[in-house]
Design a protein around this ligand. Structure first.
Ligand code: ADP
Length: 163
């Protein structure tokens, strides 16, 4: 089976990585689809995010990384995905995710959305928390793959050079 895993991935975290690794062994193929939405004012460009994910997943076979804009269901059809994969960290994710899943179902009724529960040790992780910690100089090495940590340090150290 081929799963489409859509998201902002701004940037990729160990929580995303954990989901990708588990999904590859479950479904065989995972297409990680990076949403190109400039109105979200991302910290990293789509190209940078794609590069980060490709580097971090190069040890896995069955992972493809692409960018998309517009409707997720259209992206799923274009990339011949059998299902849309989303992660659930806490109840707070649930309401929004359920709304999106129902909307997508109403647009493409054959396309299932499958939710995977986050591994407990990653359940506190989000891209925004990681950026917040990095911005204020905290260690993010346990939160993101090494290549992402390097990019975050470069981004925030050059924005706020230490005196
Ligand atoms: P979006 O803006 O679409 O929510 P994200 O990059 O924040 O994009 O998340 C993409 C997907 O990854 C979502 O399904 C989200 O629930 C899931 N996700 C986010 N953080 C984690 C985590 N720590 N562990 C597992 N899944 C996560």
């Amino acid at each position: 089976m081929r799963a489409l895993y859509p998201g902002s991935f701004d940037p990729l975290t160990n929580g995303h990585m954990d989901l990708i690794e588990r999904a590859v062994s479950l479904f065989g193929e995972v297409v990680v689809a990076v949403l190109s939405n400039p109105s979200k004012r991302p910290a990293f460009s789509v190209e940078e995010r794609i590069e980060q994910i490709r580097t971090a997943t190069r040890h896995l076979s069955g992972v493809e990384v692409i960018s998309f804009d517009g409707l997720t269901v259209n992206c799923a059809v274009t990339h011949r995905a059998d299902l849309i994969l989303r992660g659930l960290r806490a109840m707070s994710d649930f309401e929004y995710e359920l709304q999106i899943a129902h909307t997508n179902r109403s647009l493409a009724e054959d396309l299932e959305t499958v939710f995977m529960a986050t591994t407990a040790r990653h359940s506190f992780l989000s891209s925004s928390v990681v950026k917040e910690v990095a911005r204020f100089g905290g260690s993010i090495d346990h939160m993101v793959p090494p290549e992402v940590a390097k990019d975050l340090n470069r981004l925030f150290n050059s924005a706020f050079p230490s005196s």
